[in-house]
Write a protein that binds this ligand. Structure first.
Ligand code: 5AD
Ligand code: FES
Length: 358
């Protein structure tokens, strides 16, 4: 085995930090043995904090209308896809169904849809908050003003997912139209943190023009920002976008990144994403075995599922919420992990807690 890689992985599990060059080296020199070594360490670390518990989040994709034109995304403004928007009653009905299925976290996700003003969105959030006070409300609705984030927080939202997409400003510009700026995105992420949200960032693996150094920069950003969550999935081309002819990202590299990030921040919430499950039928199971500890089954009404296609061949578009929930439960049981129905908070962790794994 590559001894330098082993040395770096051991150092990372001890010190939770590497230099940019060391991360780059690790990503450039992966092979099956190194990936397995790293996954073994990472899943042990995850078990030492979370046992074999896997948190579930119910994902409600409530609008695919978007004012942005990100070059990779199947629901970008210029995409000819058919559009939909759920109203408050539809969204509350999804929550009700989810609650009965045992979900205690709802993730409300949409494109940047101008219809959802602060007033409308706060009204929805506070309704959910009042109806389900024992649930966490996660928003994933893109870039907004700090005032807007503040109002939504006061209405009852307590977590926010806003992937940074790439920590390299030059790479960011290649993935987005000129009107979108890396600095604005980073400012939003900082605003969310300052307000008091649990913040989730993240990136695609294998997005067009991405280099190993870009991924190393993502690792460095995670190290310094210390997000509560990090969503990582492979890039998958969408035929409705300018990136339609670019190859998909690698499942193996995505799994390797999950393991590295678990070692950077042992208690981080790390989803095994739908994109991973789309590229590999056992992708989410492999994600957990590489260090992930969250799954996000789809709670959106089946009638709109196929319209929320950020990328081609997305899985689960024909399955009822209950089916997705139980399918994931079975999948986790098949690798001796258990889906738990609680709010799924990040757990405290301190150095020395490690390796008391079950
Ligand atoms: N492939 C994989 N992930 C994608 N996303 C958007 N488009 C794609 C794609 N083609 C991810 C982005 C975004 C999240 C909601 O979905 O990272 O932040
Ligand atoms: Fe949706 Fe398996 S998770 S069908």
């Amino acid at each position: 085995m590559n001894t330098k890689s082993i040395e770096y992985i051991d150092k990372l599990s001890r010190e939770h930090t590497l230099s940019l060059e060391e991360y780059t080296y690790l990503i450039q020199h992966q092979d099956a043995a190194i990936q397995e070594y790293c996954a073994h360490k990472a899943s042990r670390v995850a078990r030492s904090i979370y046992g074999k518990d896997i948190f579930v989040r119910g994902l409600i994709e409530f609008s695919n209308i978007c004012k942005n034109d990100c070059l990779y995304c199947g629901i970008r403004k210029s995409s000819p896809c058919s559009r939909y928007r759920l109203d408050k009653e539809d969204i509350l009905a999804c929550c009700q169904e989810g609650y009965e299925l045992g979900f205690r976290t709802f993730v409300l996700q949409s494109g940047e849809d101008g219809y959802f003003t602060d007033e409308r969105l706060c009204d929805i959030v506070s309704n959910i908050h009042q109806s389900y006070p024992d649930c966490a409300i996660t928003l994933s609705v893109g870039q907004r003003s700090k005032e807007s984030y503040q109002k939504l927080f006061e209405a009852g939202a307590n977590r926010y997912l806003l992937r940074h997409e790439t920590a390299n400003p030059q790479h960011y510009q290649k993935l987005h139209p000129k009107a979108m700026h890396f600095e604005d995105r980073m400012q939003c992420i900082q605003d969310l943190r300052d307000i008091g949200y649990d913040v989730g960032i993240g990136m695609m693996v294998g997005s067009p023009f991405q280099t190993e150094k870009d991924l190393a920069m993502d690792c460095k950003f995670i190290e310094t920002f210390r997000p509560e969550m990090c969503g990582i999935g492979p890039f998958i081309p969408s035929h409705q976008t300018p990136f339609k002819d670019y190859p998909a990202g690698s499942v193996e590299t995505t799994l390797f990144l999950l393991s590295i990030i678990r070692l950077i921040q042992p208690n981080i919430l790390l989803p095994a994403t739908t994109a991973l499950g789309t590229l590999d039928p056992k992708g989410r199971e492999k994600g957990v075995l590489a260090g992930a500890n969250v799954v996000m089954p789809n709670l959106s009404p089946v009638s709109v599922r196929r319209k929320y296609q950020l990328y081609d061949n997305k899985i689960c578009i024909g399955d009822e919420s209950g089916q997705c929930r139980h399918c994931l439960e079975r999948r986790m049981e098949s690798i001796q992990y258990h889906v738990v129905t609680d709010i799924g908070q990040i757990r405290p962790w301190k150095e020395g807690d490690e390796y008391e794994s079950k």
